[in-house]
Design a protein around this ligand. Structure first.
Ligand code: ARG
Length: 457
């Protein structure tokens, strides 16, 4: 058998054209979804009396056989059969004879491929939601061990105020929580069914789209056949969500890289998550977070790639749309791989709480608190800010920290200073005093973690 669309052609396809236009090398990943969609379509054709029931049964039997063969790697997909849809249809006709040719009644590859992609993303979105949950579990596990561990908190990458290490980690929990929410929300749109739109205008056959939607578990049927075969915004949405999630993964990775540098030494990644250098024997490199950060660029590229493919496309189907697949597969696989590594990397990392704590002895991250001290005694905060600024400058010039100053030194700057100032300056007090909702005090962090655990269930 030659091409399924060969009738109007008088020449063989040029080999280079065959290779250039084929998508089978990558869309074979859709084999399960393609068969699932075809089985539902065949059932509907039979039940609606569009093809005889026996024919529908023969087709479904053939498709099930192909599904088993595919699972056992027994199908050879061919470039000359272009894509997954025609490879399977050909195989079907080979297996059950010409009756297999009835499967494509009232259907086009245009609504078929869109349906496959919806089914694929629905499965993968579910899997990804679970994987994000695993990362969140890992974050909570680590956070629970470090509620009282203090780390310098930064703004502008300059020491700002001490925070609980658990609080810092939990910031990522909430980013991932919103990523999960976005994924869940996107399922509403992934659950629209294009099947039944035909090539672009619907079909002359009395099909029952409700029936196929029910069989495939779709919630909504595209009400417009042209939109159904042209829409790829459900993929754009996925790629956007994936890009946002990779941004979060990348920011966390960046912190892990910085924290594990010799200069910081706040954490140490487990040996099993690091690699060495082929020349410098002392090296232990954070390749995993570096790659997570690096792969983020690829994921953004996939989003921008598809946006660009779509921006000038007239309705309805154009072959350009075949370019929707590789980026989507790549993003799915990159996210899967990244999330799977991130969870155990967080679980196994060693936290050097004493190094973090020592760092806090050598900074001015308690300066806000003496400004607050003066403000609480009635000095306008702006004035207090000025006074403390002068004290910090004095400390820098005399090579001291705020806790090193004598009472006389303090009182030379303001009469409002008393001995209770020293207690206020301890980093534990500084962090503990930030007891407003969502703040870094142990009490707030404990509540936050309890809330987060409740969400994970
Ligand atoms: N392989 C094609 C794709 O991925 C399937 C749809 C082909 N439709 C067509 N009219 N050429 O987009």
């Amino acid at each position: 058998m030659s091409k399924l669309w060969g009738g109007r052609f008088t020449k063989e396809t040029n080999k280079l054209v065959e290779e250039f236009t084929a998508s089978i090398t990558f869309d074979k990943k859709l084999v399960a979804e393609d068969i699932e969609g075809s089985i539902a379509h065949a059932k509907m054709l039979g039940e609606c009396g569009i093809i005889p029931i026996e024919d529908a049964e023969a087709i479904i039997g053939g498709l099930q056989k192909i599904s088993e063969m595919a699972a056992n790697n027994e199908i050879e997909f061919l470039i000359k059969d272009e894509d997954i849809h025609m490879n399977i249809e050909k195989k079907l006709i080979e297996l059950i004879g010409p009756v297999g040719g009835k499967l494509h009644t009232g259907r086009s590859r245009n609504d078929q491929v869109a349906t496959d992609m919806h089914l694929y993303l629905r499965n993968k979105t579910g899997e990804l939601i679970e994987l994000v949950g695993m990362v969140q579990e890992a974050i909570i596990g680590k956070a629970e061990q470090h509620i009282e561990t203090l780390i310098p908190g930064y703004t502008h990458l300059q020491r700002a105020q001490p925070v609980s290490f658990a609080h810092h980690l939990m910031a990522y929990f909430w980013m991932f929580e919103r990523d999960k929410e976005r994924l869940t929300d996107s399922l509403k749109r992934v659950n629209w069914m294009p099947l039944g739109a035909g090539a672009l205008a619907g079909t002359t056959f009395p099909i029952d789209r409700e029936l196929t939607a029910g069989l495939l578990g779709f919630e909504t049927i595209y009400p417009n056949s042209m939109d159904a075969v042209s829409d790829r915004d459900f993929i754009l949405e996925f790629l956007s969500i994936g890009s946002i999630m990779m941004t979060h993964i990348s920011r966390l990775s960046e912190e892990l890289i910085i924290w594990s540098s010799q200069e910081f030494s706040f954490i140490e990644l487990d040996d099993s998550f690091c690699t060495g250098s082929s020349i410098m024997p002392q090296k232990k490199n954070p390749d995993v977070p570096e790659l997570l950060r690096g792969k983020t660029g690829r994921v953004y590229g996939n989003l921008v790639g598809l946006l660009t493919v779509l921006k000038g496309l007239p309705l309805a189907y154009n072959k350009d749309l075949q370019e929707d697949k590789e980026g989507m597969f790549d993003t799915v696989e990159t996210l899967e791989g990244s999330l799977k590594l991130l969870a155990p990397m967080i679980e196994t990392m060693k936290v050097n709480g004493d190094v973090m704590r020592r760092a806090l002895n050598e900074d001015f991250s308690n300066a806000t608190d003496i400004a607050d001290y003066l403000a609480a005694k009635g000095m306008p905060f702006r004035e207090a800010h000025e006074v403390i600024g002068k004290i910090v400058l004095y400390c820098i010039q005399t090579n001291k920290y705020l806790l090193d100053l004598t009472m006389d030194e303090y009182r030379s700057f303001s009469e409002l200073f008393y001995g209770d100032i020293y207690k206020i300056l301890a980093p534990e007090h500084v962090a503990g005093a930030r007891n407003s909702y969502g703040g870094t005090s142990p009490e707030q962090v404990v509540n936050q973690i309890a809330f987060a655990k409740g969400l994970l269930g």
